[in-house]
Design a protein around this ligand. Structure first.
Ligand SMILES: *[C@@H]1O[C@H](CO)[C@@H](O)[C@H](O)[C@H]1NC(C)=O
Ligand SMILES: *[C@@H]1O[C@H](CO)[C@@H](O)[C@H](O)[C@H]1NC(C)=O
Ligand SMILES: *[C@@H]1O[C@H](CO)[C@@H](O)[C@H](O)[C@H]1NC(C)=O
Ligand SMILES: *[C@@H]1O[C@H](CO)[C@@H](O)[C@H](O)[C@H]1NC(C)=O
Length: 325
């Protein structure tokens, strides 16, 4: 019975050699990449890195890599680079595999896989926060400032059901390359942090970046499990229109003021003109008086009175204009 095993091994070896021999070009066999590592480079962000196999024949071939993310969520893609940056939650651990492929011939057999993983972060179960909710709010802010608006962030959570009484939680957010720690916490009756407010953030509410929120904790009794979550900004705040509307309002108001100013200037100039060249109303008065006197002479008292009244009204209007401008 014991002689069966070596015999099987020899058979297997022979099959492998036969397969290798049957390939059209022995040099084109794809070898798996080497030195595959996964490194946490930021909050909820990892860098996958690998090297081409040093024994890999690279002349006359275009190598590529097939990357497969296994956890926390399955995803696979191809790349010609030897590294790949991923935005991902990390509190459930992270694992990925990569293999060498021929970039321009997908029917050519790929290499075997190489894998790496990040372990689930340490901490007792039930100690991490639960039900994290975050909201952003775009607020009009200080128009002298370089940014016409500011995005504030407000997060709330529940204390883990098995977290010791002395647990303290700490919240961090990352947007782009900027990470900030919370400084304005709200506490529960046991002085544990349960909410956080950032009155100002570096978040761009029009941006496409993910908002990463990370909450870890400490306790004298046991290790507190950290928690992280990614938020798509278009999904949580939705007040992108606000600053744009505000700008529009400002522009409209400015335009209205400008028009008013121009109108008032024109009126002033017109008024000045009439003041500079007063002889126009002067002969009018004389003519009127002339007609009035003629009328008076011609038709009698009633019509004369009407004429006189209308003249007084005109004079009154002029005075009114003066007081306005
Ligand atoms: C791609 O690879 C397959 C399998 O080795 C081979 O039969 C085929 O000829 C190759 N195609 C090209 C265009 O090189
Ligand atoms: C917290 O979340 C869980 C599951 O997501 C839900 O069942 C529970 O009702 C939530 N608790 C509160 C207080 O919102
Ligand atoms: C506006 O921003 C400037 C510069 O950051 C600051 O000095 C000033 O106090 C701010 N004004 C108000 C009303 O917030
Ligand atoms: C929480 O995370 C921050 C950022 O990674 C780190 O600086 C800090 O030491 C951590 N605190 C605890 C108690 O683990």
């Amino acid at each position: 019975v014991s002689s069966m095993a070596p015999a099987l091994l020899i058979l297997l070896g022979a099959t492998v050699i036969l397969q290798t021999d049957s390939l059209p070009n022995k040099n084109a066999v794809l070898l798996p990449p080497v030195s595959f590592t996964i490194k946490v480079i930021d909050l909820a962000q990892v860098l996958l890195h690998w090297e081409p196999n040093p024994d890999q024949e690279q002349r006359n071939v275009q190598l590529g890599y097939h990357v497969k993310i296994n956890a926390p969520e399955e995803k696979d893609y191809e790349t010609r680079n030897t590294e790949s940056r991923r935005v991902t939650i990390l509190h459930k651990g992270f694992s990925a595999s990569v293999r060498t492929i021929l970039w321009n011939n997908h029917s050519f057999p790929a290499s075997s896989w190489v894998s790496a993983e990040l372990k689930v972060p340490p901490g007792s179960p039930g100690t991490s926060i639960v039900n994290l909710t975050c909201t952003t709010n775009t607020e009009a802010y200080n128009y002298t400032h370089e940014r016409p608006y500011q995005v504030s962030l407000h997060c709330t959570w529940l204390v883990g059901k098995d977290a010791p009484e002395d647990t303290q939680y700490f919240l961090y957010y990352r947007y782009g390359s900027v990470t900030e720690e919370c400084r304005e916490y709200s506490k529960d009756t046991q002085q544990r942090n349960i909410a956080c407010r950032f009155p100002r953030t570096v978040i761009n509410s029009k941006g496409r970046d993910w908002l990463a929120v990370y909450v870890n904790g400490s306790s004298k009794e046991e290790a507190i499990k950290p928690f992280d979550q990614l938020f798509a900004l278009h999904a949580i705040g939705n007040d992108k229109q606000k600053p744009w509307m505000e700008w529009l309002l400002i522009v409209l108001t400015a335009a209205a003021c400008f028009i008013l100013l121009i109108v008032s200037l024109i009126c002033r100039i017109c008024h000045l003109w009439t003041k500079l060249f007063p002889p126009v109303p002067a002969p009018k008065t004389n003519i009127k008086d002339f007609f009035v006197s003629i009328n008076h002479e011609k038709t009698g008292s009633s019509e004369t009175e009407v004429e006189v009244i209308s003249y007084v009204e005109e004079a009154g209007l002029e005075t009114l204009e003066d007081s306005v401008f």
